[in-house]
Design a protein around this ligand. Structure first.
Ligand code: C5P
Length: 222
């Protein structure tokens, strides 16, 4: 193994991907955004006009789609079957449909297997909802990031404004709460804190403070 497995889970817009990327950079680890994988399958289903309750067709998509990542100045690009979808998977239609797709057992089975294969040699920071509990239950480092829903809505709002999206703050807050509810109440690997995870409340912390908290936890295990 060339490095640890670092699992970062938590509710929507808690800052997981922002800090996960920075932690990965600091330790020279790979970063894997598992939410992007669920979003990619959701986008493909929407584009194909498949109804989101058609479990068998969506599972078929999950099993036959190639999802790949390429590094891109601090971030990464996402592709399905070689086509770039980095921006498309962040649109509101995907965001509001992804929890339904992520509740399908066969979709989870397929994507979890791909995630385990990506993480098998260690040296990886993987963020999502079930990484510490289901995908990498033996990860050496498990972090559970939380923040107040008001703060998370505020962060999404600022991100959206930069992208030219103008959804009102209260609507964003309702969307975040609805998605967290669905992700925490689904039957298969719901969002929950692993027993051995370190919880960090990021509500009043800066990005740098969160990154150094996580780095501390990693350094204790190295
Ligand atoms: O992290 P992000 O907000 O991009 O994740 C999008 C959605 O993908 C989540 O709301 C959840 O429904 C699903 N997801 C999941 N398991 C993961 C990562 C994401 O179910 N490990």
């Amino acid at each position: 193994k060339n490095g640890l497995q670092v699992a970062i889970d938590g509710p929507a817009s808690a800052g997981k991907s922002t800090v996960a990327k920075l932690v990965a950079k600091q330790f020279g680890y790979i970063y894997c955004d598992t939410g992007a994988m669920y979003r990619a399958i959701t986008l493909k289903a929407i584009r194909a006009g498949i109804s989101l309750d058609n479990d068998s067709e969506i599972s078929k998509i999950a099993k036959t789609t190639s999802i790949t990542f390429a590094p891109d100045q601090g971030g990464q690009k996402v592709f399905i079957d070689g086509q770039e979808i980095t921006e498309a998977i962040r649109q509101e239609d995907v965001t509001n449909s992804v929890s339904a797709v992520a509740a399908i057992g066969e979709v989870r089975q397929e994507l979890s297997a791909q995630q385990q294969s990506i993480a098998k040699d260690g040296g990886i920071v993987m963020d999502g909802r079930d990484i510490g509990t289901a995908v990498l239950p033996k990860a050496e480092v498990k972090i559970f990031l939380i923040a107040s829903v008001a703060e998370r809505a505020q962060r999404r709002y600022k991100e959206n404004i930069q992208k030219g999206i103008n959804t009102p703050l209260d609507e964003l807050q309702l969307e975040i709460e609805a998605r967290d509810y669905k992700d925490s109440h689904r039957k298969i690997s719901p969002l929950t804190k692993a027993k051995d995870a370190v919880e960090i409340d990021t509500t009043s912390l800066s990005i740098q403070q969160v990154v150094s908290e996580i780095a501390k936890v990693i350094n204790q295990k190295l």
